[in-house]
Design a protein around this ligand. Sequence first.
Ligand SMILES: Nc1nc2c(c(=O)[nH]1)N[C@H]1C(S)=C(S)[C@@H](COP(=O)(O)O)O[C@H]1N2
Ligand SMILES: [Mo]
Length: 387
Amino acid sequence: MAAAVGAAIPFHRNMPAGFIPEAIAADPLRIEGKDGLSVLGRRPLNAETPAHLLDDPVTPTARHFIRNNGIAPSEIDPRTWRLRIDGLVHRPMNLSIEDLRNRFEVVTRRLTIECGGNGRAFFEPRVPGNQWSLGAVACSEWTGVRLADVLKAAGVKDNVVYTAHVGADTEASGVKGGLPLSRGVPIEKAMDPGNLIAFGMNGGPLHPMNGAPLRLVVPGWPGSCSQKWLTRIWLRDVVHDGAKMTGSSYRVPAYPIQPGENVPDGAMTIIHSMPVKSLITTPRTGLSITTRKLSVAGHAWAGDNEVAHVDVSIDFGATWRQAELQPPVNPYAWQRWSATLEFPRRGYYEIWARATDDKGASQPFAVSWNPKGYLNNSMHRISVRVS
Ligand SMILES: Nc1nc2c(c(=O)[nH]1)N[C@H]1C(S)=C(S)[C@@H](COP(=O)(O)O)O[C@H]1N2
Ligand SMILES: [Mo]
């Protein structure tokens, strides 16, 4: 192992059996307004951000990942765009972006969006789908109106249980003519003041691949709840059954299973809050240093919860020390953490980060397997060579 990593490994005795030192590879995306993203698929377009490019407290638009289930609409004129609010409401509405601005309070919030499949690439055995490693997460600054305010104006009927979100993208095959994705959330989550109907991103317009001119941002839950190219919110008296709401999509077994085990449909549950997680965004993995001290930093987030502490280890998890942690600037913003580490002698090290939320849940070293590879919140680790 020392030969493979090119240095002695002082804490080699702590390495778990079958352990593979951390490594990544990437193919860059070249589209206007995006910078440094790695392509996972071109049609539909899916691209993630390498961890070290997510270091900013506010993720720049150019670094916000792209997760498309279908083909983005080509007609995106903000002046003619309309959002329909209908279904079980007292006053159905058909709103332009100007109407949204004029009729509701406009707010700006830093909101974390993470794809439910972030970390899928690390599942063993491998599961189908985009092989996201770490970078299907971002915390941009979104400007828009509160979803709750708009729903209140429409008048939510007593029998509403779920929202249904509709966007203007189309299926990649083009044959079925259906929606590639239409998800929803329980009405209680929809009424959380943290959700926005957003028309601004980081002080500018939304990037076309991030849902321009209008999208939902439903932080804390799988990114799929945050419908892009938003055209309609339909209120229903049943759990929404749109595209990617049923089967194994964004659903996980209600109990732990063995890899490959068959799970009856009735035992699959819809993912709600995302689990606690953290990233090491500086330094970049694979660093070589000649000093013994190193500053490390990153972000941590915890779905609907807050992060209580972040701990770091340089000895494969044998010992931990607590990092400095900042509170979120507003609910659902990721939290900055930092630490200064000291290495005892030269050699190959890994830095591991582990966040714990305010309910006491922490990140595992490895997460239990599920059929679509969701909710992988295992610890992030980077390598450092000290000489
Ligand atoms: N209309 C529409 N909205 C969508 C999607 C989509 O394919 N179509 N993908 C969803 C998924 S799975 C995620 S993780 C987020 C990602 O947002 P982003 O592409 O802006 O990073 O958008 C969500 N909203
Ligand atoms: Mo996603």
